[in-house]
Ligand binder design. Structure first.
Ligand code: SF4
Length: 182
């Protein structure tokens, strides 16, 4: 597994030039559930902490409703450094940084991988040789279970997306609450 120091010194892609912090994963290293977000936001980059600010509040509400605490899951990002102005990640950045995510999956060995949003889901689908899909096609994969090797992939919407698309909130609550059943 990578160390905090290794990550803080990482210069494998150009995002090191603009980040304040490279965020390590947080939570239980024996967890059955691993949430994989896209990248730290501006506030998370500043505070060096995952899921704080509005998307963190939303995540906490979704987890509380599912009777899951942050302490019993593991949370990480596909990209460990902030994407300036919340721009889309570049393929070369995903390729460079996914090395760390691969280490986390191998070490923590969760039963359920929960990619939050398009890019994290796309990466896992490529890693495990599942369907290729476009961003437009992504919604049809949300809330479905995909069996790979000895685990399940359960793609969900990123909590931050609810800040802009409140109309899906009921469905997102339902999908998160299924995590407990899985
Ligand atoms: S995004 Fe990942 S690969 Fe790029 S500098 Fe940060 S830690 Fe390194």
């Amino acid at each position: 597994m990578y160390t905090k120091k290794e990550l803080q010194n990482c210069k494998l892609c150009e995002l090191f030039e603009t980040r304040l912090n490279a965020l390590v994963g947080e939570g239980d290293i024996n967890a059955d559930i691993m949430l994989i977000a896209q990248a730290p936001g501006e506030l998370e980059d500043k505070e060096n902490e995952m899921f704080i600010g509005p998307s963190g509040i939303m995540l906490d509400k979704l987890l509380k409703n599912s009777q899951i605490s942050r302490d019993e899951i593991y949370m990480t990002n596909l990209i460990k450094c902030n994407l300036p102005q919340n721009r889309r990640p570049k393929q070369r950045e995903i390729k460079a940084c996914s090395t760390y995510l691969d280490m986390e999956i191998a070490e923590i060995d969760p039963q359920i991988l929960v990619p939050l949003g398009y890019y994290a889901t796309k990466y896992l689908f490529e890693k495990y040789s599942l369907n290729e899909f476009t961003k437009k096609e992504f919604p049809k994969f949300i809330g479905n279970i995909f069996l790979v090797e000895n685990r399940k992939i359960y793609p969900l919407s990123h909590p931050a997306s609810l800040l802009y698309h409140n109309e899906f909130i009921g469905k997102v609550y339902e999908n998160f609450s299924n995590l407990r059943k899985l």
